[in-house]
Design a binder for this molecule. Structure first.
Ligand code: ZN
Length: 410
């Protein structure tokens, strides 16, 4: 069987990285405007030794390949170039008020003397702890923020379609969130955007030496810039063509927050896009401690379902369904994603990661199940029917009335 025959372009043999625990079914391209039910994804790359590209990227971060003092000096030069003299915003930091955006925005302002504007694309449904952390970021941390909450009717419709058509309920959120920051920078004439973590840390195909999005020397990781001559009607949102939404009375204005960037307009403004993780050695647990200290960031008192952690991505009630649907389509869930990252950052061993994955990966999230179903307007029966329709027989088999993954981690 060639991989062309497998759904989603899944690799024929599911394998786990020998160093962390990420499998070769981790998709790298899920959030594109051409994503339809037939799309074959690109996956994280493994080398000949069976080690994933995220591990290799992190090795280079830690093994002396990078001179971090030199990188910080580069950061200071860049910030000196853009720092405003009158206190107006000179850098935009997108984020939710989670540990990574807290760290990036706070350190840029209070250590490096910048004047950041933070911008937030609201979660589908705020958790109490998420809202509290978001508020503390601004009130205790001392930062300015614009919170954008998209039209709930349209956002629910797109999320519902993305669930039913793609089993990827987060796609509209991610498209909106990703393009929101550059759109706001353009609106406020802010010349610089800083994202936190480098996508290479999660296996994106990019060099450890790439500091910018969309840089000319490396096309490894690009934002979706669109030529204004592209016909918006031909794009897909939630696996459905824009022209089909228009026929049902949804307008261009309704969908505008989800549309890609106008590449020419961004180019005219000369906005630069950088990763702070290129300049400063980025360790997620350090960001967490920093956030606790400077903005009163709080971890969840309860364990997040589907994993063992308490401080990653805790602000959205629907979050667990993003990970659960990934588990169904690609055979790995949130515990594996968390464990892989902690192994790469030397907080746990691979053996510990495997044990955690066995215990928690794929656990069904019940805590906000009813709210999620209400949000997307799907019955419990429809939910499970949809889930099962997206199980590839290559990954799943039904034994004694229950589903078993064919390639469990060991
Ligand atoms: Zn790995």
């Amino acid at each position: 069987m060639s991989t062309d025959d497998l759904r989603y372009g899944l690799p024929e043999k599911m394998e786990y990285c020998k160093k962390c625990v990420i499998p070769n079914t981790k998709p790298m391209s899920m959030n594109e405007y051409k994503h339809t039910p037939e799309t074959k994804h690109k996956f994280i790359q493994f080398d000949k030794e069976g080690i994933c590209s995220a591990c290799r990227f992190n090795e280079a971060r830690d093994d002396g390949t990078i001179d971090w003092d030199k990188r910080e000096a580069e950061l200071r030069v860049l910030l000196d170039k853009y720092r405003s003299k009158d206190g107006s915003y000179d850098v935009l930091v997108p984020g939710s008020g989670g540990k990574d955006s807290v760290y990036a925005s706070h350190i840029l302002k209070y250590k490096y003397g910048m004047h950041p504007l933070t911008v937030t694309w609201a979660p589908h449904l705020y958790t109490d702890i998420g809202w509290k952390n978001f508020q503390n970021w601004l009130h205790i941390g001392g930062l300015d923020n614009y919170l954008f909450t998209p039209n709930g009717k349209i956002h629910r419709l797109l999320t519902r379609n993305a669930f039913l058509n793609l089993l990827h309920p987060f796609q509209p959120f991610i498209l909106g969130q990703k393009t929101f920051a550059p759109k706001m920078a353009a609106r406020f004439n802010i010349p610089l955007i800083f994202w936190g973590e480098n996508p290479g840390e999660f296996g994106a195909d990019m060099s450890i030496h790439q500091k910018k999005f969309n840089s000319d020397e490396n096309e490894g990781h690009r934002l979706d810039f669109v030529d204004p001559s592209v016909n918006l009607d031909d794009l897909y949102l939630g696996g459905k063509k824009v022209s089909d939404y228009l026929k049902e009375g949804v307008t261009y204005g309704d969908l505008a927050p989800y549309f890609p960037l106008d590449g020419k307009a961004i180019a005219q403004k000369n906005i630069e896009f950088h990763f702070l993780g290129y300049y400063l050695k980025w360790i997620p647990q350090e960001c967490y401690y920093y956030s606790v200290k400077h903005t009163g960031f709080e971890a969840n008192p309860v364990r997040t379902e589907g994993t063992y952690s308490k401080y990653n991505s805790i602000d959205d009630k629907t979050d667990a369904y993003c990970y659960y649907t990934t588990y169904i389509k690609f055979g790995f869930g949130r515990a594996i994603a968390d464990a892989a990252q902690e192994i790469r950052n030397h907080h746990i061993t691979r053996e510990e990661g495997v044990a955690l994955a066995k215990r928690f990966d794929g656990e069904f999230p019940t805590r906000y199940f009813k709210e999620f179903l209400d949000y997307i307007g799907v019955t419990e029966e429809e939910f499970h029917k949809t889930i099962d329709a997206f199980r590839d027989p290559h990954l799943w088999e039904k034994k004694d009335g229950s589903w078993k993954m064919r390639f469990p981690i060991s």
